[in-house]
Ligand binder design. Structure first.
Ligand code: R5P
Length: 291
């Protein structure tokens, strides 16, 4: 087995290869002036390749994955495993208007056609419960980073209140709270547009408390910022956030910082300065489990 890494995700691929005790090789990538990608794989590939690359900012990466996978197959690779801690296009799971693409189903099918196994972490599955409903292969594996986040928070705080900013986050905040014995509360959120959210805190005593907001991702940062503002208004003394996927689009970071959050920690599912919670042990175990 060999792990193949891409330039922008090499440290994570290196850590995964080290945890699996296998060799890592890098895919050579060149972008032509017109935006097309040239990709070159190492030669003499083994029968089983693990491609390690997260699919944030996905459009170019999806084409490059396709080129990579097809080239590997042409070289005789028998088994292709994708380890993509952040999986793209999982949020659009219905057509909200006639004619709208159901991206989750379409991209899921493309990945199923290319790969034998797909391993990801906390994918945004809203109306389905299993990843293989979106990626129709047996080994469509959805892991959760809750244990990693729980262990990280346990080292930082002897006690804190955890806040899930919306009903979807309850699965993660409840699991983390249970793991380390912290209290938790879940707010109600209504999203009015890409950068507009309304939120109401549940009836919970936040006075003089240290609070950590838990969510699967920060995209525009509006969810974290709104929750932080409400928590300070409710008397919290310190507000932090721990998230799985640090997408941080556009002015997200500035917006979150303005709200007064003291620090945001994330997993290394996406390369970002906040990524202090590493996932390689979790990912390596999942690769071992499918062998
Ligand atoms: C929503 O369902 C998700 O769990 C996150 O709360 C959301 O995607 C965060 O988005 P934003 O950072 O744009 O508020």
């Amino acid at each position: 087995m060999l792990v193949l890494g891409f330039p922008e995700y090499l440290p994570q691929a290196q850590r995964l290869a080290a945890a699996l005790n296998v060799q890592l090789q890098e895919v050579f990538l060149h972008q032509f002036p017109d935006g097309e990608s040239l990709l070159r794989l190492p030669v003499d590939l083994p029968e089983h390749i693990v491609i390690c690359r997260s699919l944030n900012q996905p459009n170019d990466k999806l084409i490059e994955l396709l080129l990579c996978a097809k080239t590997a197959r042409e070289q005789g690779v028998k088994r292709l495993t994708l380890v993509a801690p952040y999986l793209c296009y999982m949020r659009q799971d219905i057509a909200n208007q006639p004619g709208e693409a159901v991206s989750q189903r379409i991209i899921g099918k493309i990945l199923a056609d290319i790969f034998d196994d797909v391993i990801t972490v906390d994918p945004h599955l809203h109306r389905i419960s299993r990843l293989n409903q979106a990626i129709p292969i047996d080994n469509a594996i959805s892991l959760t980073a809750t244990e990693e986040i729980a262990r990280f928070l346990q080292q930082k705080f002897s006690h804190a209140v955890l806040l899930g900013p919306d009903s979807e986050s309850e699965q993660w905040v409840a699991a983390i709270a249970k793991e380390i014995g912290f209290d938790y509360s879940v707010a109600e959120k209504i999203r009015l547009g890409d950068t507009q959210v309304e939120m109401t805190l549940a009836d919970h005593d936040f006075q003089h408390k240290t609070v950590v907001i838990i969510d699967d991702m920060a995209s525009t940062g509006r969810t974290l910022a709104r929750a932080t503002t409400l928590l300070y208004a409710a008397g919290a003394v310190e507000v932090y956030a721990a998230i799985t996927h640090p997408l941080f689009c556009g002015d997200a970071e500035a917006h979150i910082l303005q709200s007064g959050v003291k620090e945001v920690w994330s997993t290394d599912s996406i390369t970002h300065a906040s990524a202090s919670i590493h996932l390689h042990t979790l990912l390596a175990q999942a690769v071992r489990d499918i062998l």
